[in-house]
Design a binder for this molecule. Structure first.
Ligand code: SF4
Length: 886
């Protein structure tokens, strides 16, 4: 029997335990680890499809210099030389590392040590800056340290769970499943969702507050005042454990109720209901995520939330507390090692001379960064204006994910020396690298990650190291050694790095710092290999245990008290007459970040196969958008063209566009090219949720849908979006000027041999055209062209790639663009695990399945990972409402 390996999912901050298995034929399968305390065996759709994303297709397997294969020695020597020369000539701040929450803690530790302790600059920042740095800043202001007080268990134990700026169902699906199960077991539990959109998470909400963008500060200031005036505060806790209460109350009181209604955009009744629920419920957990963090007032939002928990003393006890849910698998690990430009290692402060001295003595380093480095947005500005002359980007794709992404691309392109460490050869960022270093991917690399509840788990290697790919920590240690720091970077194994990291966390700590895993300072290789998931802190001499912080105070400011932070509500409206709409960006259920991994899975791409913009029906009418037409969205920084999804889930005056699509999967859908580089003044986190834009219909002369066995190439049209499909590829296209020769275009795009003649149909009056190319019984490509968005059933057309076409009727059905009467079109995939489409679910509902369980019993949909259960419930509600209205 094939061996099984316990490891951790590499996607979101939930940090689910995974059991991976490699069969004799090399096929990788995964299942949830029932013993892992974060997920107890559950996985979401992304985690369940991990086995489909580990192939070597598109991998970078050898170092390259200037696009040519090079040896590791040549690449590393060149890097040490160029970094050394740049530092000698322009000083340490002329080099920078831009790293990632995808790195393992050991990678992160070495990166931070090299930059802050040996190069001597603070210029290391991470894509976690874009994800949760406002939470870090808020924690540090309130608690004196970046401490997440609670655990996932609290979310299940609470009587009131508030989800603000968090589409939990899609972004942290296993926490959502745990919450949904807790509510099913205890229906009296209340759930409030605060989000401008009616997301899938609202499916389990008792109350949805469709707040205006950035109205959260006003909402929680109003709550703070309400708690005081309704006598719901904990006077003893405030007196014993906090400072700044009076000033914060004064600031909150200055906000009138009417102004609050204006800033939040909420009806008074809803607001009062929310305040009443919070005031009257002891066990309250407030979960927040990117909707809070990715804002120009992100840090203030975090503190406005924490203020309410401090005022009621609802923190650090079972079922109580503010809870930051991190987006990335190791954003927390990065914070622990000081991977942010404004932090030092082991939660120490770069601004503190005492902390700097301590870290320098521990590292025995020749220097130490004396001030914070440049945060992500400023870092790329410095690359653009030439202050940074040598840049090393690791495990991230800033040309897609940074705001003002086109300007970031131009900056990288112009930088004199760029190194990119990645697993893929072709990304939007790797194409600008002078040196490319092949890194290990999930399943190949080995180390630790920390999830949102402070739980450190092992990612373990279970696949062979491919060709010359190497761990990121090894790459950095090699460069460190070649820059003359042999002793400090003599690591031979990741266990040694983890032990040093643990040792630094306990060094001169004695309870003065929250992050302490000194118990592992002498961990041996075998113990590291067998390491079980544990929560920090775990100082030397202690055993693993479930920990909550601050129930009895013990904060990390010098006086060991927490700080209330007095806050002014920001003006939230960024729109004007030229850019009258508000753009909100975010995630979809089945894709991860810039799709470099999830884009490999046909199953995951089947859920949502092209970039889209959600728009309210009345806004759509005003700007002439019909369902499925194309919409062009622009700001002063850039533009995208995506599919319009007209839905009442979207608030009026706003658009939602996912963040995932990159230039490998769509012509023009990098939404961060549209996002302005506006940041929170405290955290430096970009405001990706409240961007002023305008939109109009993209007028295409021809729309097309294609399925093809070969990946389309040289796509040259105004709009295209391609996705993996079973048996090949699916592509949506739109032309502003159609090709003169469609058959020739198909031949070159879909790699069709010249001697194969197509089966075709054309109607000049309507403009409809259909072409299909067969090689024997097999369909090679089919193209459907129309002057309006093409109405052909997508999943049925895709299924034709794997079907036999020996029967001529099948070929004609394809050209007709319609399944035969004997064939059911499954419709867009809802359940990825069992490939169940929306049409099948609707048919089951019409057949009497009026609950998620009944649909699951009939179709299996929603019975494995459960990620689609919210959508199934929404489809049921929609069908039943439509039936009632008939
Ligand atoms: Fe991975 Fe899904 Fe778990 Fe997140 S919730 S860690 S994506 S399996």
């Amino acid at each position: 029997m094939a061996a099984e390996t316990k490891t951790t999912c590499p996607y979101c901050g939930v940090g689910c335990g995974v059991i991976a298995r490699v069969d004799d034929d090399g096929k990788v399968s995964v299942k949830g680890d029932p013993d892992h305390p974060s997920n107890f065996g559950r996985l979401c759709s992304k985690g369940s499809a991990l086995g489909e994303t580990v192939d070597l297709d598109g991998r970078l397997l050898y170092p390259e210099i200037a696009g040519e294969r090079a040896s590791w020695d040549e690449a590393l020597d060149l890097m040490a030389k160029r970094f050394g020369e740049t530092i000698a000539e322009h000083g340490p701040d002329a080099v920078a590392f831009y790293v990632s929450g995808q790195l393992l803690t050991e990678d992160y530790y070495v990166a931070n040590k090299l930059m802050k302790g040996f190069i001597g600059s603070g210029n290391i920042d991470t894509n976690s800056r874009l994800c949760m740095s406002s939470s870090v800043a808020g924690h540090r202001r309130a608690f004196g340290a970046d401490t997440v007080p609670g655990t996932y268990e609290d979310i299940e134990l609470a009587d009131l769970v508030i989800l603000t700026g968090s589409n939990l169902a899609w972004c942290h699906p296993v926490i959502y499943q745990r919450l949904a199960a807790a509510k099913a077991a205890r229906p009296a539990m209340k759930i409030v969702v605060i989000d401008p959109r009616r997301t899938m998470t609202c499916d389990i909400a008792d109350l949805h507050l469709a707040i205006r963008p950035d109205g959260d500060v006003a909402l929680f200031l109003g709550l703070f005042e309400h708690l005081i005036t309704s006598n719901a505060i904990d006077q003893n806790y405030i007196a014993e454990h906090t400072n700044g209460f009076a000033e914060t109350f004064a600031a909150a009181s200055s906000l009138s109720f009417n102004r609050m209604l204006e800033l939040t955009g909420l009806p008074a009744m809803q607001l009062r209901e929310f305040y009443r629920l919070f005031a009257q419920t002891d066990k309250v957990v407030t979960c927040y995520s990117q909707g809070v963090n990715q804002s120009s007032s992100g840090t203030d939002k975090v503190n406005a939330i924490i203020n309410c928990h401090l005022a009621t003393g609802r923190i650090g006890r079972p079922g109580m507390g503010p809870f930051s849910l991190t987006g990335q698998p190791n954003a927390m690990g990065g914070r622990e090692v000081g991977g942010l430009a404004n932090m030092l290692a082991a939660h120490m402060a770069i601004e503190s001379a005492e902390d700097r001295d301590r870290v320098q003595r521990f590292w025995q380093s020749p220097r130490i960064a004396v001030r914070p480095g440049l945060k992500a947005v400023d870092m790329f500005r410095a690359v653009a204006d030439g202050r940074i002359k040598a840049l090393w980007i690791m495990a991230t794709n800033p040309v897609v994910s940074m705001p003002d992404a086109d300007a970031v691309e131009a900056a990288i392109k112009a930088c004199p020396f760029v190194v990119v460490s990645d697993v893929l050869r072709e990304t939007d960022t790797t194409r600008h690298a002078h040196v490319l270093l092949p890194s290990l991917g999930w399943g190949e690399k080995d180390g630790t990650v920390t999830n949102s509840e402070r739980r450190i788990s092992r990612q373990r290697q279970f696949l062979a190291t491919p060709d010359e790919a190497r761990p990121d920590w090894w790459q950095m240690a090699e460069v460190g050694r070649r820059m003359g720091f042999s002793q400090a970077f003599s690591f031979q194994a990741n266990a040694e790095i983890f032990a040093e990291h643990a040792s630094l966390s306990g060094f001169e700590n004695e309870g003065s710092r929250d992050f302490d895993i000194g118990a592992y300072e002498a961990i041996a290789l075998e113990e590291y290999d067998a390491l079980q998931p544990f929560q920090w802190p775990q100082p030397a001499g202690t055993s693993p245990k479930l920990t909550r912080f601050f129930a009895a105070g013990g904060f990390y400011h010098l006086d060991r008290k927490a700080r209330f932070v007095a806050i002014e509500p920001p003006a939230s409206d960024r729109t004007d007459s030229r850019f009258p709409l508000t753009l909100n960006t975010g995630r979809v259920r089945d894709h991860w970040h810039t799709m470099t991994r999830t884009g490999k899975s046909a199953r995951l791409s089947g859920h949502i196969a092209e970039p889209f913009a959600e728009i309210h029906p009345r806004d759509a009418i005003e700007i002439g958008i019909a369902e499925a037409s194309l919409i062009e969205i622009e700001s002063p920084h850039g533009r995208v063209i995506v599919r319009a999804l007209v839905t009442e889930r979207q608030a009026r005056g706003s658009l939602f566009v996912p963040m995932h699509w990159n230039d490998s999967f769509a012509a023009k859908a990098r939404i961060d090219a549209v996002v302005a580089p506006v940041t929170d003044p405290v955290s430096g986190q970009p405001a990706s949720k409240n961007v002023a834009v305008r939109a109009h219909r993209f007028q295409a002369s021809h729309y097309c849908f294609a399925v093809s066995a070969a990946k389309p190439r040289n796509l040259d049209c105004a709009y295209w979006a391609l996705a993996k499909a079973d048996g090949g590829w699916r592509t949506e296209l739109a032309f502003d000027r159609a090709p003169d020769d469609w058959i020739g275009w198909c031949r070159s795009t879909f790699d069709i041999p010249a001697d194969l003649e197509p089966l075709g149909y054309a109607d000049e009056a309507s403009g409809d055209l259909r072409l299909a190319f067969f090689d024997g019984e097999q369909l090679l490509a089919a193209l459907f062209v129309a002057r309006q968005p093409v109405a052909v059933a997508r999943n049925w057309a895709i299924a034709q790639l794997a079907a036999s076409h020996s029967d001529l009727r099948k070929r004609f059905a394809l050209i007709a663009g319609r399944p035969g009467a004997d064939t059911i079109d499954a419709g867009a995939t809802v359940c990825s695990c069992f490939s169940v489409g929306v049409n099948q679910i609707v048919a089951a509902i019409r057949g009497g399945c009026h609950s998620v369980e009944a649909v699951g019993k009939k179709l299996n949909a929603g019975t494995n990972c459960g990620s689609c259960r919210a959508e199934i419930r929404t489809i049921i509600d929609g069908c039943l409402a439509a039936t009632a209205a008939e």
